[in-house]
Design a protein around this ligand. Structure first.
Ligand code: ADP
Ligand code: MG
Length: 256
């Protein structure tokens, strides 16, 4: 049975997409069967997995509107080693179209249930908002991975996200939990980052992943080649960190 994780943080530019595609590639590298779901109309995770968002016959939009199944709409990325249920600008319309329909926040959950036996991990890249799309992700998931930069305001934003997750847990999805906070774009030379990192540890304990993702230019360059850093340059420090993170995830799942 697939374990389903949302990569969420309502702030933009905090490393959600980078985390999703690199964790997917890292998990694939260690032998896991992975489906990556792009829930952001920007389609960055799709493009960053070697799938052209403009050429897709079917996308997550069709799945949410129940005109295609996940098995029909997902494509295998040969280069990356995982399946991709892609997104493009069409998905922005789903937000409005779903307002009218029943079980609108459970559409993704229902669709993913059909492929639960085909994967070990499903990773969902969420848009930078707490919208109907993100809600679909949170309703479908067993857990949330929260990438965050160790900056002062990161902690403030976390409160909103934690409250949303609590509400979804109470009202819509009893399975949902924060699996962990992932420190990303980390630069140990910056004192404030060290301090925030220590505060996170003190406050959230083992909810903070042991793996730390460093700021690494190879991770930022990889998307322009349509690849996760882990595939583009496996030896880079950032890629090595994501492979370590994939192993940490596999271990955590075994303990759940
Ligand atoms: P989000 O999906 O939360 O908006 P992204 O994953 O797109 O965030 O990351 C925002 C920007 O930061 C991108 O340009 C990305 O390449 C860059 N980036 C993300 N993680 C790292 C990292 N560890 N080192 C360097 N650049 C990074
Ligand atoms: Mg993104």
């Amino acid at each position: 049975m697939a374990k389903i994780f949302c990569v969420a943080n309502q702030k933009g530019g905090v490393g959600k997409t980078t985390t999703t595609v690199n964790l997917a590639a890292g998990l694939a590298k260690v032998g896991q069967r992975v489906l990556m779901v792009d829930l952001d109309p920007q389609g960055n995770a799709t493009m960053g997995s070697s799938v052209d968002k403009r050429q897709m016959a079917l996308s997550v939009y069709d799945v949410l509107l129940e005109s295609a199944s996940v098995a029909e709409a997902a494509v295998f990325s040969e280069k990356c080693g995982y399946h991709v249920l892609g997104a493009n600008r069409e998905l922005a319309g789903a937000e409005v179209e779903l307002v009218e329909v029943e079980r609108r926040e459970k559409r993704l959950k229902t669709a993913l249930a059909e492929v639960a036996d085909s994967y070990d991990f499903v990773l969902i890249d969420c848009p930078p908002s707490l919208s109907m799309l993100t809600l679909n992700g949170l309703c479908a998931a067993h857990g949330v991975i929260v990438p965050m930069q160790c900056e002062y305001f990161a902690l403030e934003g976390l409160t909103d996200l934690v409250n949303t997750i609590k509400q979804v847990h109470a009202n819509l999805n009893r399975d949902l939990a924060i699996i962990g906070l992932l420190r990303v774009m980390f630069d140990p030379r910056i004192t404030l980052q060290q301090q925030v990192s220590d505060q996170l540890k003190a406050h959230f304990g083992d909810k903070v992943f042991n793996t730390v993702i460093p700021r690494n230019v190879r991770l930022a360059e990889a998307p322009s080649y349509g690849l996760p850093g882990v595939v583009f340059d496996p030896a880079a420090r950032g890629s090595q960190a994501f492979i370590a993170f994939a192993k940490e995830m596999v271990e955590r799942i075994e303990k759940l």
